[in-house]
Design a protein around this ligand. Structure first.
Ligand SMILES: O=C(O)CCC(=O)C(=O)O
Ligand SMILES: [Fe+2]
Length: 329
């Protein structure tokens, strides 16, 4: 860079921004859906854009360790280091099946349970590097196509590094969360895990991604060609129809609380928009389902049954965890 004049440096920076934007819009069906809705529905859009957007930035001190976790709400993660360095550790299941969450326990280092029976990959990310799972795992068989990011529900741990003999400097990283048609099923299963165990196994919440689910359903309902097919569509419909219950649960530690839980956003900022979005998503999902052929309906019902069963089992697991926590107190 030193040999480039200011004008050339600006052009390189501009090209990098454009390439990043193109890459991210290619993985982000939620942004594409929002654009579709803005163009086709203009001022009639019943709910707003996702209030907090997809981008974020974090700064962390050398030595900071992020223990094993999955990212919130079944979202894809893309990151790029701006300055400093991080050691990224990615853990993936050895089979195609959704890995079940371990029950948290009172052992020291219990968070390592999340990594049991997983294959691990490690990479150091430095300025300009972005997380690119295919490159990182190039010797492994990919489970799904199109990995240019960390897929939903990927278990990972992160350490912020310090340059040997370098200054003690924080690391700055920018990131992007998205949803994509190729990973919608993982988004759904990740959302179930998140709703029930976000306080244990995740580090934040992005419930506003429900606005994006609404936009994706609207895109599916009136777009041509239809963006989502097969299990990706079924997962989107499951998310839309159950959105009110797939938010981050407030975790009261009684066993029965989840059985009587009823979502209430009346006190929340944007509560009206959130409740309108629940209604909108249900209507859109019902319209899409009404168009299904008999064979497609059958496949959808089967998908719904499996997802529902997983959800019930996770609910039981949470009740068991709450019981154990109460007894331990
Ligand atoms: O940088 C960190 O400490 C954690 C970052 C992380 O886990 C993420 O971006 O998903
Ligand atoms: Fe993370």
């Amino acid at each position: 860079m030193d040999s480039l004049c200011i004008r050339e440096q600006c052009l390189v920076a501009l090209a990098c921004v454009i390439i990043t934007k193109l890459l991210l819009s290619a993985i982000s069906d939620d942004s594409a859906a929002e654009r579709f809705c803005q163009i086709s529905m203009q001022n009639d859009l019943p709910v707003s854009r996702r209030p907090n957007g997809n981008f974020w930035m974090i700064m962390s001190a050398p030595g900071a360790i992020h223990t094993p976790h999955f990212d919130a709400n079944g979202l894809i993660t893309w990151v790029e280091i701006v300055s400093g360095a991080k050691l990224w550790m990615v853990f993936r299941p050895k089979t195609r099946h959704h890995p079940r969450l371990p029950l948290p326990n009172d052992k020291a280092l219990w968070t390592l349970e999340l990594l049991k029976d997983m294959s691990a990959s490690f990479i150091v990310l430095e300025p300009g590097d972005s997380l690119c799972v295919p490159r990182l795992l190039k010797n492994e068989k990919l489970l799904i196509q199109d990995y240019r990011y960390m897929p939903p529900n990927t278990r990972h741990a992160v350490a912020t590094l310090m340059k040997r003999d370098g200054p003690y400097e924080p690391t700055v990283m920018r990131g992007y969360h998205a949803m994509n048609r190729h990973t919608m099923v993982r988004t759904l299963y990740g959302s179930i895990d998140h709703a029930l165990f976000h306080d244990v196994w995740s580090n934040t919440s992005h419930d506003d991604r429900d606005f994006s689910i609404g936009h994706m359903l609207a895109w599916q309902e009136s777009g041509k060609p239809k963006p989502f097919k097969g299990t990706a569509l079924y997962a989107l419909l499951f998310l839309g129809r159950n959105a009110a219950y797939l938010r981050s649960h407030p975790h009261k530690s009684t066993m029965t609380f989840l059985r009587t839980y009823s979502p209430d956003v009346s006190e929340v900022l944007d509560g009206d928009q959130i409740a309108n979005n629940w209604i909108w998503m249900r209507e859109l999902a019902d319209k899409i389902i009404a168009e299904f052929s008999a064979a497609e309906r059958e496949r959808f019902v089967e998908f719904w049954g499996s997802a529902h069963q997983y959800w019930s089992e996770q609910l039981e697991a949470r009740a068991k965890y709450n019981k154990w926590s109460l007894e331990a107190d």
